[in-house]
Design a protein around this ligand. Structure first.
Ligand code: 4AD
Ligand code: MG
Length: 451
């Protein structure tokens, strides 16, 4: 925009107002960028008295005026108001966002108003850009976007952390032989919200070669942490004729692509995060986008943690599930960069992962990053019918529930691999936002369901 004296209308919400001798300055913002537009009002101009009492923070306005070069610091242009219309008022004693800094905890209670703050506007724009980048990355590489179902009859992770979907009357559930009669339920069987689109994704990969899903997933985990949600978005590519190394290569390229994209497309918002939320976040992303991730096996990771002699709340031994403190230690203290860990013990991983020849470990690969720990979980899939069926039984699941999934191994089975990237954890990493509840518009978590 140039300050060439054109008369233009500018719409937005008033962020701040400052009155000085004979002149009033407004900062207005319409959400298109983190930068406000400065409006200069000569208090002597006709119509000022009519609007002045209601020209408060939060009110919505249409200002018409001359776009001129700004003599002040911080902006190239400003608007010299010729007329101001207030569309909606926001009484000072009622509107919750006044000029002072509000805590993120408080803003979570007014999640319907928080997108009008700098932080949440920036998060929304970056989240949007990242969504677009995700599609671009896969579309440029010929991956087919597949819409996997949200209501499902199978547990994709076999971990039992599913929300049930039912139309049965909960106050009077029909029973047969003391058990819930799901035959009378809407689907004639037990139904849940999906924890992952992977299994259905695999059926399409085993026909179209390279596919991805990108949609909401649901976990009834009772984890009240800054990196868990009950409803989160996941990106899950699945590639046929691809082994675990190909899987890691794609995951690494994918993350770097997203980082480079956001740095290029959202410079103002990223400057904001860098200066106000997490110092150094831009340099960090730039450096990661330009270097290789460290790749080690689970066994090596356990060795390194033990050798470090650090004291952990959860002691380290071969076979344990790596806790957040271990993941942080590996990425922040030992390697100081993203780390891909492969070949985990089969006991701590899902039934569908390909068993290694040692019979103890599976071809899993998790990507861990500093500050957050795991952001990607993936694997090469078990492509052998008998081995898969054994693993399903070993994990205490019923092979009949997975008959269609097993069929992929009966007809034209191929090596295939994929991973899941938690979208909100990725946004946390990119923006430096501390709490996962602040990177999704309306967080759902234990005891959290306002809005
Ligand atoms: O490691 P997970 O459980 O893997 C899967 O669901 C596989 N089916 C993915 C696949 O191979 N297609 O979850 C994948 C990622 C995690 O690394 C994490 O980033 C994110 O999903 N995630 C969560 N994000 C927010 N809140 C939660 N409760 C999450 N659980 C997992
Ligand atoms: Mg995982």
């Amino acid at each position: 925009m140039q300050g060439d004296g054109r008369v233009i209308p500018a719409e937005g919400w008033v962020r701040t107002r400052r009155d000085s001798k004979g002149v009033t300055f407004l900062e207005i913002n319409d959400g298109s960028t983190i930068k406000n537009l400065q409006v200069v009002i000569d208090q002597g101009f006709g119509g000022f008295d009519a609007v002045t009492a209601n020209l408060t923070t939060g009110s919505s306005v249409v200002v018409t005026g001359k776009l001129i070069a700004s003599p002040g610091q911080g902006q190239a242009v400003e608007i010299a108001a010729e007329s101001i219309e207030i569309l909606g008022t926001a009484p000072v004693d009622e509107f919750p966002l006044q000029k002072k800094k509000h805590s993120f905890e408080f803003l979570r209670e007014i999640a319907h108003i928080r997108p009008r703050t700098n932080s949440f506007g920036a998060v929304a724009r970056v989240r949007n850009a990242m969504s677009f980048a995700i599609h671009s990355f896969f579309q440029e590489r010929g991956f087919i976007y597949v819409h996997t179902p949200i209501i499902t009859g199978s547990d994709a992770e076999g971990a039992g952390e599913m929300f049930q979907v039912t139309t049965l009357p909960l106050e009077k559930v029909p029973l047969v032989e003391g058990r819930v009669d799901f035959g009378q339920d809407f689907f004639g069987k037990k139904a849940s919200l999906t924890v992952s689109g992977q299994l259905e994704g695999e059926t399409y990969a085993c026909a179209l070669k390279n596919i991805y899903t990108f949609g909401p997933t649901f976990r009834a985990e009772n984890s009240n942490t800054s990196r868990h949600l009950a409803e989160f978005w996941m990106i899950e590519p699945e590639m046929a004729f691809c082994d675990i190394t190909g899987n890691m290569d794609i995951a690494e390229d994918f993350l770097k692509y997203i980082f480079a994209y956001v740095l290029e497309k959202c410079p103002d918002d990223m400057d904001f995060f860098d200066s106000r939320i997490s110092k150094g976040v831009i340099d960090n992303l730039r450096q990661i986008a330009g270097s290789s991730f460290k790749r080690i096996s689970y066994t090596e990771a356990v060795d390194q943690l033990q050798k470090s002699k650090a004291s952990f709340e959860f002691p380290v031994s071969w076979g344990i599930d790596l806790q957040s403190e271990h993941e942080k230690f590996l990425t922040e203290q030992i390697y100081r960069q993203p780390v891909i860990i492969t070949d985990y013990p089969k006991q701590i991983k899902a039934f569908y992962m390909k068993l290694n020849d040692d019979n103890d470990t599976v071809r899993a690969m998790d990507i861990l990053v500093p500050r957050l720990g795991e952001i990607v979980g993936g694997s090469e899939r078990e492509a052998d019918y008998d081995r898969l069926k054994n693993r399903i039984v070993e994990c205490g699941l019923n092979p009949d529930d997975y008959w269609w999934y097993l069929d992929l191994r009966r007809y034209g089975s191929v090596p295939h691999s994929g991973f899941g990237l938690g979208f909100e954890r990725l946004i946390q990493f990119v923006t430096g936002m501390q709490n996962i509840r602040d990177v999704i518009p309306y967080p759902r978590a234990v005891n959290t369901l306002e809005f």
